[in-house]
Design a protein around this ligand. Sequence first.
Ligand code: SAM
Ligand code: SF4
Length: 329
Amino acid sequence: MLRDSYGRVATDLRVSLTDRCNLRCTYCMPEEGLDWLGKPQLLSDDEIVRLVDIAVRELGVTELRFTGGEPLLRPGLVDIVRRCAALRPRPRMSVTTNGVGLERTAEALRDAGLDRVNVSLDTLDPEVFRRLTRRKRHADVLRGLEAAHSVGLTPVKINTVLMPGLNEDEAPRLLEWALERGYELRFIEQMPLDAQHGWTREGMITAEDILESLGRRFRLTPEGERERGSAPAERWLVDGGPARVGVIASVTRPFCRACDRTRLTADGQVRNCLFAREESDLRGALRSGAGDEEIAELWRAAMWGKKAGSGLDDPGFLQPQRPMSAIGG
Ligand code: SAM
Ligand code: SF4
């Protein structure tokens, strides 16, 4: 198992398939993009499947989430999903995507064995979308969402980040819209993980702001600790339920105590936390011929050293060197 020195056990593996992206969300990366990893640095499809196999067979991983960058840009995605679905014990699998191009691939992903998708959508206004993502792809994302829902990649979850002066007033409208369509909406507090280091605590919309804004339109009742488990989202029943809304308050109400995540970057580094400043190199071990047990041991050691918390509230907090898009959000 992937246990850490605080007794937490990681069963949920986030695999970043690429650091590249076709959008440029302001809270994530600069207009000009970043210095992308080169092909030789990226894990190959075979290397990814081998590491996932070790994770499910030897290390107790049961949940697999493909992310990035934009995972739909990875040419081998459908094949990777198919091969991971054949592993035993079979992990549950989802993809976190910006939804661009999902319309074309949703069915193939489902046929390959994908269980669900999380689609990021911050606004219902195409012009606000253009300002937030610096691309005119709003209609694409909406079509991608519909396709995912209609082929049964459900429940379709939507991730929304609110930004001051852009979409901060959209929470109630987004929730109403999502509920009408059967999507599960979760708001994520903006975190200091942007490549430009532009985040400030004063400039972010907090969970409290979001709940206040939603509370003006809906009656929200907390779902409770038991249902939350290790899920980062705190959930509220909307107008008595069964409809729900989630808020991932990674900054103001962190869930580190119950964290069950382990992360693999597109270049084969294990990270035990989004905010970790250290990584453990599995790619080097893979490419120098290490056996499964040796790799599993490196992974266990990487997780054992996980810190108690993200350190966001420490006066000496330092943002990790890699941005979210390169770690895998
Ligand atoms: N490109 C895909 C997408 O946007 O869904 C997957 C990668 S993206 C890094 C994963 C999630 O992280 C998205 O929901 C995005 O909104 C969120 N995200 C990116 N930067 C963030 C930040 N600085 N704070 C909070 N969430 C962020
Ligand atoms: Fe791309 Fe996702 Fe980052 Fe937006 S949040 S720039 S879609 S990686």
